[in-house]
Design a binder for this molecule. Sequence first.
Ligand code: NAD
Length: 448
Amino acid sequence: MATPQIKKHGDEPTNNVNYKEGGAPMQSSMFGEGHDNPLESMMHRFNRAAEILELEPGIYNYLKTPIKCVIVSIPIVMDDGSMEVFEGYRVVHNDIMGPSKGGIRYAPDVNLDEVKALAAWMTWKCAVIDIPFGGAKGGVRCDPRKLTQAQLEKITRRYTANLLDVFGPDHDIPAPDVNTNEQTMAWIMDTYSMHVKRTEPGVVTGKPLVLGGSQGRREATGRGVMHSTLSGLEKLRIKPTSATVSVEGFGNVGSITAKALYEQGCKIVSISDISGGYYNKEGIDIDAAIAWAESHGNHLEGFTGAERITNDEVLTVDCDVLAPCAREDRITDRNAHLIKAKLIVEGANGPTTAAADPILESMGVMVIPDILANAGGVKVSYFEWVQNRMGFYWPLDLVNQRLEDAMKQAFNKVYLNAQKYNVSLRLSSYVLAIDKVASTLRLRGIYS
Ligand code: NAD
């Protein structure tokens, strides 16, 4: 990737548009086609922010490059006695602000480029939500639906053992992501603790409560998405009780987002998971959908409270708010023009490609970007790590109040910055985050 041409802010051609209903004016992007690779999407936005900040070439090169990329081989004896070898990744993007932090995902298609993008997004997210962490991400290429609990445990323990030199409460702290959960974190914590010969809860977050997890961590990402949605609706002058919402993905983030918005009085007209989409114009009973998923192997398959639609239709149904909470690259330059929502709140990481950004901007859709909208998860992960270090645990209402305050503050900061630079909320978030990490890097200097 070439060093960007440094242009002065104000030199760029502008083409102002307004959000559909009120909101700050923003500048349309000059960016064209392609960019379905999350790393390219991340770099495109990084480059635009670097131009606005007139980042020095040295700092630009430092911040675009991960400081560590580890690939590990994970041999496992399967339940039938045969052996299989899985591939695992851990990328530490940056540790200028503090220990690196980021989830681990298990998926058949996870790859190093995806993990690099996700790790960089963690650096920017931690800066936006104001916590003293850098960014990292991990993944294991496997299909959890085809693995037993015993096999998943072996994969997790061997992956952890291979990364003992990377992980640590003062070094790099994993958390759950797609297809990993509290049980996965418990295995990581136990494996690490066995090797260092003491119980070390601070090595992971998103743990079960009895192992030093935090109240409210499981719900934190979805509750944070809810707070971001309310902030966005307020700017668009739409009352939550008259808002219709479509939520893609019904795992940790999607189901809690749907539930939290449902409790705020929003009408959730469609939901989806890997089994397909579900639509009900009158609104879906989210408690019933969660109960259905819980009693059907965490899947919505067969849910009777709505009619079936396709996964793609969930993105384009008539609604005020679209919350993509599944995987990256779902909103692209091929379907962005079909979106009817006035507000997109990115519960997932990277659900919108960089090529879709200018289309949504020209349509006046307000997009609350991933590094802001879903930052509630890492904020409460930070609270969990702080509680582990204090050995003193906070009640749920304190965690939730601090989360709400943090989400509102971050939204307001990003919103004001967007007005200052006349850019989208996404670009504003990148500018804020990169500026903060770059200023810290200048203060610390380079040890050589
Ligand atoms: P999860 O594994 O709990 O849930 C993923 C959900 O997406 C499942 O319901 C799955 O069936 C569904 N899904 C997968 N492909 C789909 C498709 N094509 N269409 C519709 N649904 C599909 O994962 P999660 O923890 O909820 O993470 C979801 C997203 O949120 C990811 O991008 C993740 O990186 C991001 N995120 C997670 C957290 C967290 O705390 N868990 C924090 C920040 C961001």
